[in-house]
Write a protein that binds this ligand. Sequence first.
Ligand code: NAD
Length: 503
Amino acid sequence: MTVTNASIPTVPLLIDGQWLESASTVWRDVLNPATQEVLARVPFATAQEVAQAVAAAQGAFASWRKTPIGARARIFLRLQQLIRDNMAELAATLTAEQGKTLLDAEGDIFRGLEVVEHAATIGTLQMGEFAQNVAGGVDTYSVLQPLGVCAGITPFNFPAMIPLWMFPMAIACGNTFVLKPSEQNPLVTVKLVRLALEAGIPAGVLNMVHGGEEVVNALCDHPHIKAISFVGSTRVGTHVYQRATLAGKRAQCMMGAKNHAVVLPDANKEQTLNQLLGAAFGAAGQRCMAASVVVLVGEAQAWLAELAHKACAMSVGAGKDNPDLGPLVSCAAKERVLSMIARGVEQGATLALDGRAIRVDGYPNGNFVGPTILSDVTPGMRVYDEEIFGPVMIVVAAATLDEAIALVNANPNGNGTALFTQSGAAARRFQEDIDVGQVGINVPIPVPVPLFSFTGSRGSKLGDLGPFGKQVVLFYTQTQTITQRWFADAASVGQVNTTISLS
Ligand code: NAD
């Protein structure tokens, strides 16, 4: 954390509809990962500012919860159009602060935009249930009521998509929201929140604070916050889940991954190799759904040389030039990835492709690491056991599909997986026996569209309900049941009944 030149723009807080300069004395630079240019300074909000943001959300809840469904939905209809109209500028900001290519930045925004579109259909998603004559003349119906103030804590790797997983659905359900984006790249998130206000979200309904551990802990502890949505690493997500649930809140934490792509020898070779490379090295491997482990089954093990040959041809550069992969998000991330590769080699892995020495013309200071492939890897090596979150493909051998399934199920993470095959029977068995949230069959990054919900198994998720789709409507609401009887005349009063029966 550094304090920089005062001429550099500062990132504002949003409290009760006002964009404010933080009074914090602790600030951090937002850097362009391709150049190290300082783009802005982001504050670590004070405890008082966090409390003000929550108080604003609490105050706005009283009227927002009673705002008609149609009025809420129309805000998201407007927001989706505003996001489309501003796509190029949003993508340029995202690329500048995060590093991913412009095309991939548009993909990041588009996958969030799909959730905004879904929020615009909140009417049918929020319908309750009704049953007539559950007892003589008695009817019961249920409604989904908003919870109150909800908070969202997001990671650096999808600074558009993941905030859009959270606040649109929470607000469409009638809640108010406090968003805390990643302190590494908050600029595109700020632009999206500005568009949300322009679309008509009233003052106090959406608030934004910045910071790290202290701000997150304050949100977990605050008595007026009813639910926390978190996406990020397993270490922090586990902490957030424990702290928030101990304070009586609902929590959903989507966390780290080690996604295995299993390749059977009957797969379409050319198509499969291309898909593996895109899924392992796209966004410089900084996707929670990256295919970071490739399991070559039986004769498919002979494909390694071709995989390395194709990976070697992938271009690396600044995201704005649309290469195949851009830089890692920070110098620290690059150092960590380099040390993981070195540790892999020390522990006996073979460097089938070494991208460590990459140089990018015109960008001497970028956090670049070229596509790297480590083969002969086995469980127990650090590169297998830990999430690397960089452009490093781990290649593991398995003799049979059964052996591959056992390997995937023995890994502590269960975020995503994919099988490449032309056999329907093999795909059917894989899907049924694999204990992973997102399963792709000849689809390398099987992130569902918002008609479904994102999920996760074992160490990749804490909490029962996932982001977006129908599950998040249940997460952001509580069910109320109303059981009612209307007497037609005063004569049908009946007698005192001390049983629990409704009749
Ligand atoms: P991170 O856990 O470091 O940070 C996530 C958020 O937590 C940030 O807002 C950060 O400010 C905050 N934070 C950081 N340290 C904290 C602490 N000690 N106490 C409280 N809060 C803290 O994650 P990241 O590096 O930004 O993102 C990468 C990770 O996110 C990877 O592990 C990736 O797999 C995971 N991820 C998971 C999914 C998913 O859906 N499962 C999606 C995207 C990213």
